[in-house]
Design a protein around this ligand. Sequence first.
Ligand SMILES: Cc1ncc(COP(=O)(O)O)c(C=O)c1O
Ligand SMILES: N[C@@H](CCCC[NH3+])C(=O)O
Length: 427
Amino acid sequence: MTSFATPAGSPHFHYRNGELFAEGVALSTLARQLGTPLYVYSRAALATAWAAYQEAIGSHRVLVCFGMKANSNLAVLKEFARLGSGFDIVSGGELARVLAAGANPAKVVFSGVGKQDWEMQAALEAGVKCFNVESLPELKRLSEVANRIGKLAAVSLRVNPDVDAQTHPYISTGLKENKFGIAIEEAPAAYQLASTLPGIQVVGVDCHIGSQITEVSPYLDALDKLLKLIEQLVRQGIQLKHLDLGGGLGIRYDDETPLAPKVLLDKVFAELRARGFDHLELVLEPGRSLVGNAGVLLTTVQYLKLTDARNFAIVDAAMNDLMRPALYEAWHGVLPLKPRTSANTLYDVVGPVCESADWLARARQLALEQGDVLAIESAGAYGFVMAGNYNSRPRPAEVMVDGENYHVIRQRETFADLIRGESCLPD
Ligand SMILES: Cc1ncc(COP(=O)(O)O)c(C=O)c1O
Ligand SMILES: N[C@@H](CCCC[NH3+])C(=O)O
């Protein structure tokens, strides 16, 4: 169980004089000035997570494409673009965001099982690095779209290596029964077809086996299968330029041991060298490990409801603001901004939404009073991006702390935002 003195998140969130800070800013100041629920990110934490990849990469040829579905706020994208990141996108909307953030489309890879014609066309026109194609019908469609507009689509086939990522079943993507990728046994024939299609230029191979992975072995199993495939392709006369291992590195929410980029990459580089593939560019698509522990969600205790069965701390954030607990029974640490010295009580931290699944944390020892503000930890990835408006709740504001300063990077939604685009029938 996390102790209040050591937040699970990065060291950029820390207690000073009995108060929780993000870098040099007391979180209580942000809650008071901007209200709650409020997502707060640390710019230094983003940079630290990025640096861990760069240190692991050293002088190897690696393109890191931030898996932006984890956090697509423009300010976050801009930070990663400044640091030199590419982006892994899964929709035309994500493409529009990376372009709006001024990122270089030549460092963008386009994943996803359901790309539509207009999304393919937009990505071709923008000049993305590569399409990670997930099925034969998609491959044929992409060739047609590229042909029609006089472009050549650079393609990696996303293969499904059928390895168990040893993670939550909802976020496992590399097993046969998952909808993702082309079965690895079918890949040689798929590459043969790809090499004959007029709008397609084969450039790489890709896989992404799941998320919140804390073991190296699933990656090495997948890598081994990919390298065997590449050997087979060489025999077929097909040469690749890059190998994309996807994202998926896990972070610490509770007491997990996260998989450090260096631990994984040292093994990957050694394997590539041993098998004679170190000429290949490596592409990575980390999402969670770049942003997860760079953000918290602040929420205020509205009521303490003590019952025979359970004690509830009813807060102003809900499942619509942070869906992970409701969806995956995910564990997020809960830190009081100003810990009390009074005795703890066992609480479920729940929101105001009319669903029993509307909880953020269960069975936590906390000393609380009405009006206290809590930080829900490790909310920088798959937090705001999965938020919705259920129960007509405006989505929270987002703020980025930078040293002693902070910047509102998304305004809190208003009632006007909620009904924008709606209209009633004529009288
Ligand atoms: C294709 C692809 N790449 C990258 C990611 C990022 O994954 P993670 O946030 O686990 O690093 C995902 C999400 O799982 C994904 O589907
Ligand atoms: N939304 C998931 C991660 C999904 C990864 C996308 N393929 C989570 O919150 O853990």
